[in-house]
Design a protein around this ligand. Sequence first.
Ligand SMILES: CCCCCCCCCCCCC/C=C/[C@@H](O)[C@H](CO)NC(=O)CCCCCCCCCCCCCCC
Ligand SMILES: Nc1ncnc2c1ncn2[C@@H]1O[C@H](COP(=O)(O)OP(=O)(O)OP(=O)(O)O)[C@@H](O)[C@H]1O
Ligand SMILES: [Ca+2]
Length: 524
Amino acid sequence: MYDRIMYRNNHSGAVLRCTCVKPCVHTDNCFVPTSEIIAVEETELNKKQRSIGKWQKMAKPHAFTVYYVKKARNHRWRCRDVTFWCADEILCNQWIQALKELLEMQTCRPKQLLVYINPYGGKRQGKRIYEQKVAPLFSLASISTDVVVTEHANHAKDNLFEVNINKYDGVVCVGGDGMFSEVMHGLIGRMQKDSGIDQNNPKAPLVQCNIRIGIIPAGSTDCVCYSTVGISDPVTSALHIIIGDCQPLDVSSVHQNNTFLKYAVSLLGYGFYGDVLKDSEKKRWMGPMRYDYSGFKTFLSHHYYEGTISFQPAKHTLGSPRDKDSCRTGCYICKESERQLAEQRKKCGFKHEEDEEEWKVIKGKFLAINVVNMCCACPRSPKGLSPAAHLADGSADLILVRKCSRFDFLRYLVRHTNKDDQFDFSFVDVYRVKSFQFTSKLSEDNESSVTDIGKKHFGQFCRDHPACCCNIANSTWNCDGETLDSSAIEVRVHCQLMKLFARGIEENCKDEAAYSHSSVEQLL
Ligand SMILES: CCCCCCCCCCCCC/C=C/[C@@H](O)[C@H](CO)NC(=O)CCCCCCCCCCCCCCC
Ligand SMILES: Nc1ncnc2c1ncn2[C@@H]1O[C@H](COP(=O)(O)OP(=O)(O)OP(=O)(O)O)[C@@H](O)[C@H]1O
Ligand SMILES: [Ca+2]
């Protein structure tokens, strides 16, 4: 159904009229910023369309269709189209030309993308999702793609060290957080290699990665996508890629004894989330359900771990983890960090500034130690592990959940699913940090007394107190959904090390829907 008409009036302009039969919600007040137009195409009118009432009068009607972003509820975006009809072929072509020129001026839009699809992520739907929902949109927006369906883990990462990366305006990963992590490691690693930076040096000033990554969610948690877009929806993500959105992202580097281990963008979790992940890896065949199964099992086991945490508080950032406001599109706290970063670069180039700031040390028994670079929202927990964490402020939130009863831990977990404050417990502490270190008591003991080897043979649990849930074995770190073998780690947050095709979570305001000075309507 054609919902608008365009015809020349007696003077020189063009007029838009809505011809919707039903009450029309997007008629006179529909503004589409040019930045949210996906494509403009000449429309071939078929016989049936020509015979629709009013158009019979026109000898030979002409038409073009504008495809644009329609913002729906809950941060969901959809592609909608509107067709303009016209009796005058020249006028119609002028419109098509003018709109195409406007689109050409959107220089942030990608033209050539490299796409990696993990066919085994989440519910194993990656290939279908890409082919049915994403590829047609890319082709509509005239984006060329080179597509690689991965054949094994690390295929995408290794490939990124070999490809001619300058050929592309962005890299897209179809899969979950693990797949995103692979692509990120490939890109950051490649960037450092090309610039001669040694990733094993924990103090090395890493080179920013300017090639944006787009995430088409097809995994089990899709936390990075959810926390940067506000929803885990392939079509919405494809549209953010097409219009060329850009969201900088903090990345943490993880080292042990001057050896690089991993980068992390969402969760570095020891104790509860480490144990959930380790158990769930054996149950991959269960798909996304594996996390609920292993989560329940781990909750019942109620293990706590002893260790020492040292961290440097993030004094440069304006926010605090207990803020009521969250990081949203155009966040002023992240902008301020960006300004500071630029200033620091001006002052000392890419050299690392010697950091004399104080370290705080905390020893204790913990059920969970979580370091999060972003809020870590996902469908299971819509506000995330740290609702006020920022995507690009150069800091991470360190959440310490001390030994408490099972009931209290359950109360803590439940608050991840509702609006109540999950930090308002005596056994939970949260700090905003820029670097962090952890050593488990077990490795401290092993270092201090080599003779204590007998401990290792006692089995997993404390022999003296079988019911106390104290675990003399180490937990493992959950690093963005992958297990790390070492328990002792050093972590540093690198402010805005990389960029995504996203814009952060938008304020949930319907009126905000799409106004711009350069709108199609203004052209008329
Ligand atoms: C009573 C219900 C409480 C529900 C509490 C839900 C909290 C969920 C918080 C999710 C935070 C995700 C952080 C993101 C991590 C990603 O980098 C990573 C890779 O994708 N995903 C996971 O590690 C996957 C981690 C998935 C963890 C799921 C944990 C489920 C816990 C279930 C506990 C049930 C207790 C029931 C007792 C009656
Ligand atoms: N062809 C492949 N075969 C096996 N593993 C693969 C393949 N391609 C990628 N992988 C690996 O699969 C792992 C998990 O993939 P992915 O993150 O897409 O799904 P998920 O684990 O179900 O979701 P999430 O990470 O959101 O919880 C990644 O770490 C990636 O390295
Ligand atoms: Ca951050």
